[in-house]
Ligand binder design. Sequence first.
Ligand code: G
Ligand code: G
Ligand code: NA
Ligand code: MN
Length: 254
Amino acid sequence: MAMESSLRRMFERQELRVHYQPQVGLQSGRITGLEGLVRWEHPVGNMIAPSVFVPLAEETGLIVPMGEWVLQAGCYQLKTWLDAGFAPMRLGINVSAHQLQKSDFAELVMQVLKECDLPPHYLNLEITETVIMHNMNEAFETLRRLRAVGITISIDDFGTGFSSLSYLKDLPADHLKIDRAFVQNLPFGNNEANIARHIIEMAHGLNLKVIAEGVENQAQLDFLREAGCDEIQGFLVSRPLAAEDITEILTNDE
Ligand code: G
Ligand code: G
Ligand code: NA
Ligand code: MN
């Protein structure tokens, strides 16, 4: 397939970029973290949507080197921001099933942190519940090793998988990200409002901080604040942006 071969060449051509989307604390109003999101700058000019090429990269296994590249580029970039004197914040990196399954995944992550001279507590790995459920015992073991050195874990897209809630009781994680499907219709729609409120309450009971995804308007923000949500991410704060544009936002956030 044509797209697959050009996907394979993207490394040599250096067509990958990382964009960053801020996460903001609802108490402090400050930026607490940035989620790195891969972008492919195809030579034909337009960016090809990650919703198109990420699934393809997962199918072909290319997600493994791609994910490693994003991790490395993101860690170097965060280190650059920290060295420039911006306030401490986390870097969120998405991890796919293929990556988490590799027996040397934890070592690889620690190696990258070492190369970048980035203390582990700055790194937050975002893992969907579907990926964790895929091979739960081994996934838990890997997550425990990562957390033992100070790396934090977020459960991404919470509520959209087909997993049972039973895995939550022993979950080695720090944050839970409410999927935007549950945020979209807030504060309207009794069901959404109730689900969101109860996810937050349950997460806090499990000692997890809650990040709401896909927050686009003030009414959603007000509801989430009232419900005790810890942090938000979404177009209301900012779209995912190139590093230069994030530098500008960080400068204004001082
Ligand atoms: O940015 P958005 O369109 O940006 O992303 C689309 C999808 O691609 C999301 O589900 C997001 O989690 C996923 N994605 C973006 N960047 C990465 C990445 O670096 N690794 C993995 N595994 N998924 C990513
Ligand atoms: O699967 P994951 O949660 O990593 O995906 C993040 C995706 O959500 C990216 O595609 C990103 O561009 C998108 N996104 C981020 N904020 C918003 C938002 O406020 N509204 C919508 N519709 N999408 C968002
Ligand atoms: Na994510
Ligand atoms: Mn998500």
